[in-house]
Design a protein around this ligand. Structure first.
Ligand code: PSU
Ligand code: MN
Length: 333
């Protein structure tokens, strides 16, 4: 029973019209051998998103960060599985060449920030796509990869009660049997509303570290607490195991504060964020463009130091995620 959530669920093309199926047609997905073998043998795998690469960071930091994150996952004893769409195919476990291609193609080919709603379009038009947290969760969930590392997840935007801008990351977390390791959410978002939304969606939320202070991505403390604090990878793995074995079909969020030496000052950051948000409003930016716009603007306003923090926290999250994946795999053997 315990083993079933890790089976690779792939459907052959003839069954593709079975709309009740959770499976992806083999026509549309390519899993690299290393990841396939690790999944078969219940070895630790960490899923990684690719919107960070395509829309979250400038070149060459995006590529450098993606490579370093994978190295860290390997050093910790897990297999990295960066997920993206290349030429209309979902690739699980991008090779370095494929990561380079994804970035290089952006100069000539339309590259879509891909959440749930975008997959059919991207694949039918044989485009490239950077999968968001939501998009990556869909693939990880279908393949039974229970651990996924990223920087920050999307959330309820400030003034979301008027704009209805609520990231699909939250609804996807509500229906994916996957644990996401992130540094919480940025204060470009409404943090208390995001936490409320996660509760409604049945997502387990805990901090991973010293206390229950929910981190705000660039800063270690958002000023809001969450109900749970987890202190070790073993404890996290035990919780994930129970959550999955109970068949709850909702996700888990472990929020890891950025390491102290890379953390940014809260007052300073709040002022920068206010400024970036004003400029977004003035430029009429909305919808899926808002997060990439703000990220680039914040990096510009902080003269690149927010980008440094961003890269440091992703790497730290990858380390924690791999540690959790290793402990989870031990529970399965
Ligand atoms: N936060 C970051 N960097 C990012 C993102 C979020 O610090 O690149 C990306 C993630 O892929 C996330 C997506 O899933 O933005 C959320 O976008 P939206 O708010 O449009 O749902
Ligand atoms: Mn949005």
């Amino acid at each position: 029973m315990w083993r079933t959530w890790c089976n690779i669920k792939i459907l052959h093309a003839k069954n593709v019209w079975n709309t009740a199926s959770r499976k992806i047609s083999t026509k549309y997905i390519e899993i690299n051998e290393e990841v396939k073998n690790a999944l078969k043998q219940h070895n630790p795998v960490v899923a990684l998103e690719s919107t960070i690469i395509t829309h979250g960071m400038p070149y060459p930091n995006n590529l450098q960060c993606a490579m370093e994150v994978e190295t860290i996952v390997r050093e910790m004893g897990a297999i990295p599985a960066t997920i993206a769409i290349l030429g209309g195919k979902v690739k699980v476990g991008l090779t370095d060449d494929e990561k380079y291609q994804l970035v290089k193609d952006m100069r000539e080919v339309e590259t879509i920030k891909t959440s749930r709603r975008d997959f059919g379009y991207v694949i039918s038009h044989k485009l490239n796509g950077g999968t968001t947290v939501a998009g990556t969760l869909i693939v990880a969930n279908k393949l039974g990869i229970p651990v996924f590392a990223t920087g920050g997840i999307g959330g309820v935007h400030r003034e979301g009660e008027h704009t209805f801008d609520i990231s699909a990351d939250l609804t996807e977390l509500g229906k994916s049997s996957v644990a996401v390791i992130s540094s919480g959410v940025k204060s470009i978002l409404d943090i208390p509303k995001t936490l409320e939304y996660l509760e409604t969606q049945g997502v387990f939320v805990a901090t991973f570290g010293e206390n229950k202070a929910f981190p705000a991505f660039y800063c270690r403390n958002s000023g809001y607490e969450v109900p749970y604090n987890v202190q070790s990878a073993k404890e996290a793995a035990d919780i994930i195991r129970c959550h999955l074995e109970l068949g709850l079909h909702s996700g888990l969020l472990f929020a890891v504060p950025v390491p102290e030496e890379f953390a940014m000052k809260e007052d300073e950051m709040n002022a920068v964020i206010e400024k970036a948000m004003k400029s977004a409003k003035k430029a009429g930016i909305s919808g899926k463009e808002i997060t990439p716009y703000l990220l680039a603007n914040i990096s510009h306003l902080t003269k690149g130091s927010s980008l440094k923090t961003n890269m440091a926290l992703i790497k730290n999250n990858a380390r924690v995620a791999a540690d959790i994946a290793v402990h989870l795999a031990q529970l399965q053997q």
